[in-house]
Design a protein around this ligand. Structure first.
Ligand SMILES: NC(=O)C1=CN([C@@H]2O[C@H](COP(=O)(O)OP(=O)(O)OC[C@H]3O[C@@H](n4cnc5c(N)ncnc54)[C@H](O)[C@@H]3O)[C@@H](O)[C@H]2O)[C@H](O)CC1
Ligand code: K
Length: 511
């Protein structure tokens, strides 16, 4: 599923009406899909369709017409004058002209024909869509406040009114919808917080804009789901041995602070690296060895020994609980010199707060940086605010760093230096717990150790991590996450099952 900008969607609309369906046909399909969604989701209750002056309102007029045809008790309100409508919206309004009432009726409690919204009503929000360009005021703001204060169900067309399609940031109060119906592709506001949470459940319906057109107008930005990376994961065949499945080295912090590295190592083992080794100072070995069975431990006396041990791995993880010290900076530099694929997380990022360009000079294309928003701000000060869109800010960061950047959150963005990005919304809020980032770093390192590209390693890990959190539900702690991986991985394998990989040996006898 593609994520595209408002301008790109307008261009897709234009190209479709030039080479395919007319704007009126697109609007008809859009309005009809919304009417059917209302009817299927809430088969009873009054429906109130609230339209603005643009094409979002146009979709609303169409939805009203189909809801009437479905036999629903439905009322139609317009903000502004019928005479100000134009284009396809005017065309759609002409078919329902006699039924249009002024939206002010909903606000003015003193009028005889005042209209009270109540529980069980359904509001179709067709006030503003992709064209919303400024903070709400006047009737728009009052109606949004009125609707949010009632218990009526709300279906927003394209985006909740007040939300701007191209950003997840909110510049004013916006509709809090139960369902948002959008068309052929997602927009930033559907996946990036705070806007994303106001969309409720999102339904992307096909109104007739082709994938070819979307690919022509859009960038390589997709929702992160298994369909974009599942066929890139390596699966062992019956003759695979552990030395063919990669060796992951996780560089630990000092004694008493090795828990984070141990979480990363265990996660790395779970997602398939054949060998996982915790690398630490001699003083840290006893506690690491005591709690690790299949994970090995090795001590290094100095940075030269660390370099040699790391250079023999096929993937590395460094940063969780590493310590914000000069020593950590030296270790990062040394590990990067090996050229081995590496995940840098937490302290391995924070130590470059004062001179991020020094880090950028050392990074190579097989690196993945996994900052949360605070760490991102340390490395790319002001970038998020300046770009104003988390997806594009992460893409810019990946370009500056010259490697994959994962900006973590409820809406994690995985960006590649070539401009491609994937947005992950699959996960539970219970991931906000100590150690969950360490688990993620270990997973990414493990896939890379197995030969998966940095971009696919990061994408697969973020999704599987999210899926595990959803399996865990409430009360999840980081140690639990790994226990869900086998079932999730097996499900992914069963869905794509590459033709050359057969786990179960079948031998039949005929008597
Ligand atoms: N391919 C598709 O996605 C399709 C989308 N459709 C629908 O069309 C709208 C976009 O229509 P557009 O006319 O461009 O924008 P709006 O209806 O959202 O509003 C434009 C209108 O509103 C004024 N305005 C902007 N901001 C504000 C504000 N804050 N307060 C008040 N007024 C504002 C602006 O000046 C314009 O006059 C898309 O969302 C879909 O719903 C097609 O119908 C089907 C194909
Ligand atoms: K809307």
């Amino acid at each position: 599923m593609r994520i595209i900008s408002v301008n790109q969607m307008n261009e897709a609309d234009r190209r479709t009406s030039e080479f395919g369906l007319s704007g009126a046909s697109l609007m008809d399909a859009a309005g009809r899909a919304c009417a059917e969604m209302v009817h299927n989701t809430w088969p009873d209750g009054r429906v109130i369709v609230l339209c603005g002056q643009g094409n979002n309102g146009g979709d609303g007029f169409v939805a009203y017409r189909y809801l009437e045809q479905l036999g629903r008790q439905v009322s139609l309100f317009l903000i502004g004058d019928v005479g100000d409508l134009s284009g396809d919206a005017e065309g759609a309004a002409e078919l329902v002209l006699d039924d249009i009432q002024a939206a002010s009726v909903l606000l003015d409690k003193s009028e005889n024909d005042s209209f009270e919204l109540s529980e069980g009503d359904v509001v179709v929000d067709a006030m503003l869509g992709a064209g919303n360009s400024r903070p709400l005021e006047g009737e728009f703001l009052q109606l949004v406040q009125l609707i949010n204060a009632t218990k009526a169900h709300v279906l927003s067309i394209d985006v909740p009114t007040g939300v701007r399609g191209d950003t997840g940031a909110l510049s004013s109060e916006a509709i809090c919808a139960d369902i948002t119906v959008t068309f052929n592709a997602l927009k930033t506001a559907h996946v990036i917080e705070s806007a994303a949470s106001l969309c409720g459940a999102i339904s992307v319906v096909d109104v007739g804009i082709s994938e070819e057109t979307l690919a022509y107008v859009g960038d390589e930005i997709f929702l992160n789901r298994p369909d974009v990376w599942a066929d890139k994961l390596p699966w062992p065949t019956r003759s695979t041995h552990k030395h063919q499945r990669g060796s992951l080295g996780v560089v630990a912090g000092e004694a008493g602070k090795t828990g984070a590295a141990r979480l990363a190592a265990r996660a790395g083992l779970r997602v398939g690296a054949g060998l996982v080794t915790l690398l630490g100072h001699a003083s840290a070995i006893p506690e690491m060895a005591a709690s690790s069975l299949a994970v090995m431990t090795k001590d290094y006396a100095d940075i030269d020994e660390l370099y040699l041990l790391s250079a023999s791995q096929s993937g590395l993880v460094f940063g969780p609980a590493a310590g914000v010290t000069e020593g950590t900076r030296f270790k990062v530099a040394s590990l990067l010199q090996t050229g081995v694929p590496i995940v840098l997380d937490a302290d391995a990022l924070t130590v470059f707060k004062d001179d991020p360009s020094f880090l950028f000079g050392l990074l190579h294309e097989k690196c993945v940086l996994t900052p949360h928003e605070g760490e991102f701000e340390s490395l790319f000060p002001g970038l998020l605010a300046e770009v104003g869109n988390k997806i594009n800010a992460t893409r810019t960061a990946a370009n500056i760093a010259g490697c994959v950047v994962v900006l973590k959150g409820a809406d994690s963005v995985i960006a590649s230096p070539d401009g491609a990005a994937r947005v992950n919304v699959h996960g539970s809020p219970f991931l906000a717990t100590a150690g969950s980032g360490d688990v993620l770093a270990g997973m990414i390192g493990s896939w890379m150790a197995q030969g998966v590209s940095a971009y696919d390693s990061a994408s697969a890990s973020v999704w599987i991590h999210g899926e595990a959190s959803l399996s865990g539900g409430a009360g999840l702690i980081s140690e639990d996450l790994m226990d869900y991986f086998p079932r999730i991985l097996t499900r992914i394998y069963e869905e794509i099952r590459p033709s050359n990989v057969l786990w179960e040996r079948k031998i039949e006898f005929s008597t």
